[in-house]
Design a protein around this ligand. Structure first.
Ligand code: SAJ
Length: 441
């Protein structure tokens, strides 16, 4: 890490000055739930920002002053576009006129659970074609340790420009938590690590101009690994409590009471809660980037694989518990009407990516049950056998069994307990209610 005594290379000094004077021309590639909030933060900080995205629709909406991201108010986008601080384009040639460019594109998994780097490669190739002296490139997409160094650097170095002297390359993990009322892009500490100390210095200075706190680290691989530790930590601990839930049911112990009491420990404990499975586009995905890379290093990531199996089995477990509950009422699952409350992957959002509700519905239908659902955030879900549409919660009364899969706050749980023949609550949404028709995971 350069100290105040270590002089930066001349082009780094020039870039540093532009950043400090806020006349560095900022670019963001990928205008989704990470890229658009980042672009808006830098525009609000006084920079002129160009968003670059392959989606013509996204580009048109931004240039029309409209936000399509839940956490970015449309009036902010409109004001910044009108002031000439923010614009969008599909043309990567815009990078020729930029001083910095952040990459915030998806890093999904293939069906084989191997990383799908195609979006990152496309973005990096497009940047490489427009790489010029003095440019700072920062990858933000969650990925395996070594991506920046092994995949991106060679693509950029092929230009003949020297990293750390003629262009600068960093990794900085995105930590955006959509819908989080307290932590948004501006006030979430920003970790950043560069290929060289000069890269780290300009990367840290860049973020420091728009975000409240910056955490420089010694390399891109450390920064890449930080994010994977954060999300693997969650996935494994969720797997732990899911296994605990299965144990507690078998031993006739209320796992929810156990966790709530354990959470009173003021140190050395962090509560996680059982559920119907692991949804979202981060937690079920990111750890497999780590296990894929560690396998290449000759080490099997056993915790990740085990937690993956436990979390992946939870939809089956929920269906088995439903079948047992119906049997106790002399009903077969086949032919029963099952009503699901909540299909989004977590409370009070509209995202169904990797949602365990989709697996539960698929398994129930496979066993001959008739399935309906209510979710005010999700009007339609697309399944292999066609679409299902959300129906009013009153439909629960006609069901043989109701499953609370996603505990949206605005559900009327009193009515649900009053009107349902049988309820399996997989989220402890019904808290301290006791009723003969109510069972918990
Ligand atoms: N889940 C449980 N039990 C828990 C916590 C979560 O079953 O105790 C389930 C959720 O229902 C969901 C899945 O796990 O299906 C993921 O939930 P999440 O709370 O981790 O939410 P995400 O997927 O939106 O994770 C994001 C992540 N943010 C980033 O990657 C930048 C994660 O790092 C955040 O910690 C998390 O939001 C958060 O705290 O909200």
């Amino acid at each position: 890490m350069p100290t105040t005594e270590t002089p930066l290379p001349p082009l780094a000094e020039v870039l540093m000055e532009k950043i400090r004077a806020k006349n560095a021309r900022v670019g963001v590639v990928g205008l989704g739930y990470v890229g658009l909030p980042l672009a808006v933060e830098f525009a609000k900080a006084g920079f002129t920002v160009t968003g670059i995205d392959v989606s013509v629709e996204k580009v048109a909406q931004i240039n029309a002053g409209v936000s399509y991201i839940q956490d970015v108010p449309t009036d902010e986008v409109a004001e910044l576009v009108a002031a000439g601080r923010l614009k969008a384009t599909t043309e990567f040639a815009a990078i020729l006129d930029l001083d910095t460019v952040n990459i915030a594109v998806p890093t999904p998994l293939r069906k084989t659970k191997d990383p799908d780097m195609s979006f990152v490669v496309h973005a990096a190739q497009s940047i490489a074609r427009n790489l010029h002296p003095g440019l700072l490139v920062i990858l933000e997409s969650t990925t395996y340790p070594g991506t920046t160094d092994e995949l991106l650097l060679p693509m950029f170095a092929a230009s003949g420009l020297k990293v750390g002297e003629e262009f600068f390359l960093c990794f900085s993990p995105e930590r955006v938590d959509p819908g989080n009322p307290k932590f948004q892009t501006r006030n979430i500490p920003k970790v950043v690590g560069g290929i060289t100390p000069a890269c780290t210095a300009v990367g840290a200075a860049f973020y420091g101009m728009a975000l409240e706190s910056v955490v420089p680290v010694s390399s891109t691989v450390v920064a890449e690994m930080v994010k994977l530790l954060e999300n693997t930590f969650r996935m494994i601990n969720i797997g732990l409590v899911n296994e605990l839930a299965v144990m507690c049911h078998r031993m006739n112990i209320n796992v929810w009471e156990v966790i709530d009491a354990a959470a009173t420990k003021p140190f050395g404990f962090m509560p996680f809660y059982p559920g119907p499975g692991l949804g979202g586009h981060c937690i079920p995905i990111d750890p497999f980037y780590l296990s894929w890379k560690s396998k290449q290093a000759g080490i099997e990531a056993r915790f990740i694989e085990l937690a993956g199996h436990i979390n992946g089995d939870m939809p089956h477990y929920v269906v088995q518990r439903t079948q047992d509950a119906l049997n106790n009422h002399a009903k077969a699952l086949k032919g029963s009407r099952i009503h699901i409350m909540g299909v989004a992957y977590k409370r009070d959002i509209d995202d169904v990516r990797e949602s365990p509700a989709l697996d539960v519905i698929h398994l129930l239908r496979q066993r001959g049950a008739e399935v309906s659902y209510t979710d005010p955030f999700v009007s339609t879900i697309r399944l292999d056998q066609g679409e299902l549409h959300s129906v009013p919660a009153e439909s629960a009364a006609a069901a043989d069994c109701v499953l609370v899969i996603t505990d949206h706050k605005d559900f009327n749980y009193d009515n649900l307990v009053r009107d349902s023949q049988l309820i399996l609550d997989t989220r402890n949404a019904l808290r301290d209610r006791q009723a003969p028709n109510l069972i918990r995971l």
